[in-house]
Design a protein around this ligand. Structure first.
Ligand code: ATP
Ligand code: MG
Length: 482
C-alpha cells in the first residue's frame, strides 16, 4: 500500500493535517470553555452582589416575606442557577432551584460546605470551580458571599451553576467547529489527492519513457509542460534521449560509411588480382595494375590509420602530451612534407611569420597532425599555380593559426558539415581522393585542447581555416629552456 511515494506523502499529509486540526479544535474549545466559565462566574458574582443590594433596601427576615422570595427566585431563574441561603449557625435555610422552586429547610451544612461558609463569615467572597462530591454531586461554578441584611451579617449566600449546563450550551458551538474542521479536512485531502495523482502521473510518464529507452527505443520523449522540478527532470530526460538517439545514428551511419569506404578499394583490388590470376590482364599490363592495387592498399592503410586515430581521440583515456613548443617551427616542418606536391602543382607558398619563435602550450604531435590535414586539403583542392598562405597571429593569451588557399572553395551551404566524419563536398568530384576523415580528426584534436577552429570559404575563390592555441605561460624559466 505504501509503495508509491505519493501514498506515503498522502498518508503523512493526512495524519499531519488531522492532528493539527484536532489540536486547533481542542485549543479553541478550551479557550471558549474557560471564557464561558469566567463569564458565568462574574455573572453569578454580580447577581449575588445585586441580591445583597436588594436586601439592603429593606429589612427582610431570612425565612420571611414573599418579596424576599421574589428577589432570589428571579435571580435563580434568570441565571439558571441554584441559590442556597444559610443562617449564621451553619444551617441551610432556603433553597431555590433553577426553575424557581423554593424549599424552606433547616439542614445543617456538612463539613466541606461549613468550611466555605466559615471563610465567607470572615467577609470573603469565594468564586471557584468546585467539585464538592458530597454537596453538589457534580462540578459546579460556585460563588459564595456573605449575606448582609440590614447591614448585619445574616449568613451566607451560595449560588452555583452546574458545569454540565455550560457544556451543553458550548456543545452546539463545538459541533459547528467540528463540522468546519471535517469540511476543511475533506477539502484539503481532496486537493492533496488531486495533486498526488497529478504528480504521480508525470512520474509514471517518465518511468514509461525510461523503460522504452532502456529497451532501445531512442525516439521516446516525455511531454510535461509544468515548470516544476518534474518538468526540469522531463527536459533533462528528453535531452539525454536526444543525445542517445544522435549517438546511435552516428554509430549506424559510421558503420555504413566505413563499410562503404572499405568496399570500393577492396572490390577494385579483387578485380585486378582476379584478372591477373585468370590471365585476363596481359603480362605487359600487370605492372600497371599491380601499382594500382598497391595504391589502393596504401589508401586502405591510411583509412584504417585514420579510423584508429578517431577512436583514440574519442576514448576517455586519451591523454594529451602538453608541452611548450614553437608553432612557427612546427608549421615550417609540416609544409616541407608537402614539398613535392607543392612543386609539381607550382603552388606559391607564402609564410607570414619570421624566424622568431612563437611559443604555445599544446600537444605538438597532435597539432602537427592538425596542420598536416589542413595543408593536405589546401594542396589537394588548390589548382596549379595557386597560392597557400600560412599566418600566425599572437594576442594576449592566444595564438591564431591561419591557413588559407586560393583553391576551389566550399559552397556556403556545405560549410557547416565539413567537420563531420566522412563528409566530402560533392562526392562526384572523384579526382579529389580522400575519405572525409581529415577535418573530423582536426576538429576533435582542437576540441580536446579546449580550443576553437573556424572555416571561411568562397566557392571558386579559396578557403581559410583558423584555429587557436593557448600561448606559452609567462614562466621565464620554462621559456629559457626552449
Ligand atoms: P581525408 O582528409 O580523410 O583524406 P578529405 O580531404 O576529403 O579526406 P576532409 O579533410 O575531412 O576530407 O575534408 C572534407 C571535405 O571538405 C573535403 O572532401 C572537401 O570537399 C572539403 N574541403 C576541405 N578543405 C578544403 C579546401 N581547402 N578547399 C576546398 N574544399 C575543402
Ligand atoms: Mg583532408
Amino acid at each position: 500500500m505504501f509503495k508509491s511515494i505519493f501514498a506515503r506523502f498522502f498518508t503523512v499529509y493526512f495524519v499531519t493535517t488531522t492532528l493539527i486540526l484536532l489540536l486547533l479544535t481542542t485549543l479553541i474549545s478550551e479557550t471558549l470553555r474557560s471564557n464561558d466559565m469566567n463569564e458565568k462566574m462574574s455573572e453569578l458574582k454580580s447577581v449575588v452582589a445585586d441580591i445583597n443590594l436588594a436586601f439592603e433596601q429593606d429589612s427582610y427576615s431570612i425565612t420571611g416575606e414573599a418579596a424576599y422570595y421574589d428577589i432570589i427566585k428571579e435571580a435563580a431563574e434568570k441565571n439558571d442557577a441554584v441559590i442556597w441561603l444559610s443562617d449564621t449557625s451553619m444551617n441551610i435555610r432556603t433553597i431555590v432551584d433553577g426553575s424557581g422552586n423554593i424549599t424552606i429547610t433547616n439542614t445543617p451544612m456538612n463539613s466541606e460546605l461549613a468550611s466555605i461558609a466559615q471563610q465567607v463569615g470572615q467577609g470573603n467572597t469565594i468564586s471557584a470551580v468546585s467539585t464538592l462530591e458530597n454537596v453538589f454531586g457534580t462540578s459546579v461554578i460556585l460563588v459564595a458571599a456573605p449575606l448582609i441584611i440590614e447591614n448585619k451579617y445574616a449568613g451566607a449566600i451560595f449560588m452555583y451553576s452546574e458545569l454540565r449546563e455550560l457544556d451543553k450550551s458550548l456543545s452546539a458551538v463545538f459541533s459547528q467547529i467540528f463540522n468546519c474542521v471535517l469540511f476543511s479536512l475533506a477539502i484539503s485531502i481532496f486537493v492533496a489527492f488531486i495533486f498526488s495523482r497529478y504528480f504521480s502521473r508525470d512520474i509514471r510518464k517518465i518511468t514509461t519513457s525510461a523503460n522504452r529507452l532502456s529497451g532501445g527505443d531512442f525516439s521516446t520523449r516525455v511531454y510535461i509542460k509544468s515548470q516544476t522540478e518534474i518538468g526540469n527532470l522531463a527536459d533533462t530526460f528528453n535531452n539525454m534521449a536526444g543525445e542517445l538517439e544522435r549517438q546511435e545514428k552516428l554509430k549506424t551511419t559510421f558503420v555504413a560509411d566505413v563499410s562503404h569506404e572499405l568496399r570500393t578499394p577492396m572490390t577494385s583490388i579483387q578485380g585486378f588480382v582476379q584478372g591477373i590470376i585468370d590471365g585476363a590482364i596481359s603480362k605487359d599490363d600487370q605492372e600497371t595494375y599491380l601499382k594500382t592495387v598497391l595504391s589502393e592498399i596504401k589508401r586502405l592503410n591510411s583509412l584504417i590509420a585514420d579510423l584508429l586515430e578517431m577512436s583514440r581521440l574519442d576514448s576517455p583515456e586519451l591523454k594529451l602530451n602538453i608541452e611548450h613548443f614553437d608553432i612557427n617551427e612546427l608549421l615550417r616542418r609540416s609544409i616541407i612534407n608537402f614539398e613535392q606536391a607543392i612543386e609539381s602543382k607550382k603552388i606559391n607558398v607564402e609564410i607570414g611569420f619570421g624566424d622568431k619563435p612563437n611559443m604555445v602550450l599544446a600537444d605538438p604531435d597532435k597539432i602537427a597532425q592538425v596542420a598536416t590535414n589542413i595543408i593536405d586539403n589546401a594542396v589537394k583542392f588548390t589548382p596549379k599555380g595557386g597560392k597557400i598562405s600560412i599566418n600566425v597571429k599572437r594576442s594576449a593569451d592566444k595564438t591564431n593559426v591561419i591557413i588559407s588557399d586560393t583553391g576551389i572553395g566550399i559552397p556556403e551551404n556545405e560549410l557547416p558539415f565539413i567537420f563531420e566524419r566522412f563528409y566530402k563536398v560533392d562526392k562526384a568530384r572523384a579526382e579529389y581522393k580522400g575519405t572525409g576523415l581529415g577535418l573530423a580528426i582536426v576538429k576533435r584534436i582542437i576540441e580536446q585542447h579546449g580550443e576553437k577552429i573556424s572555416v571561411d570559404s568562397k566557392e571558386g575563390k579559396g578557403t581559410k581555416f583558423t584555429f587557436t592555441l593557448p600561448n606559452k605561460t609567462t614562466n621565464k624559466n620554462v621559456f629559457a629552456s626552449h
